[in-house]
Design a protein around this ligand. Sequence first.
Ligand code: CUA
Length: 314
Amino acid sequence: MSTAVIKGSDNAAIWGPYNLIMWLAGIVFVVIMAITAIFTLMFRERPGREAQQIHGNTRLEVIWTMIPVAIVVAITVPTISTIQAQSAPPPADAMKVIAIGHQWWFEFQYPDLGISTANELHLPVDKPVHFELRSADVIHSFWVPQIAGKVDMVPGHTNFLTFTATEARPEPYLGQCAELCGFSHANMRFRVFVDAQSDFDSWSKSVAAKAVTPVSPLAKQGQEIFNRSACIGCHTVNGTAAQGKTAPDLSHVGARTTIAAGILVNNEANLTRWIHNSADVKPGSLMPPMAKSAGGALSDEEIKAVAAYLLELK
Ligand code: CUA
């Protein structure tokens, strides 16, 4: 037995106690159910039979106290040692990432590299990463089932998580907020790209670069509309007037594979739909509707131009 669920990282250590607890709980379940079934049949009501009254049985009571104590000890020892191993100080060469939960998206800052992104986390393979997990509003939880155990993101309190992703692959690992955090908790997803070091370096370089200047006439028009609209109050596009910090950084949004915290493929149709009225896509979304038809300020043509602009921000 032991095909590790968590195999893409050194977090596989969690699998040991998890496995042990599952087996012990399974055995307890089967034994209790079997005894219940046997006793139900053996001692069922029969004509002419009276229930026998028993008071105390020291041997039996010692046995049913000692077995649970032994089980709890068997669970506690490996659990505590795994918790200690997991919360050991990070190795000196660990890369630092600050992950911040927001309703309903994830912000990822790389303080050592001076870059920041949203919803799509890139990590170099075989490099220890030390996460500082925070929240901007309510309790969220950081969870990438295939590579890392679950840790809560609590407002006003920083939690830590260190792991090394050990399997680079082209398709992303899926992450999900794992703490009920409001309307769109289920729509609060993220993607983790585990890259070869050289791919990670070129990605981080491109994110550190200034946002590109749009080329196509439509995108140019879109930039002009973006910069005179409410967008810039919440979003950043580095090197421009847009310096808002409460919503995802859009400096390189065109290079992301998804939008809306991993729930929509990043393309013109979905961007247009999102800008039109984001709450149609993500219930409770804090981004106000932008389309005139939904109570916003922009015409359908203007929204199309903004979408063209964002797609050029690679
Ligand atoms: Cu954030 Cu659930």
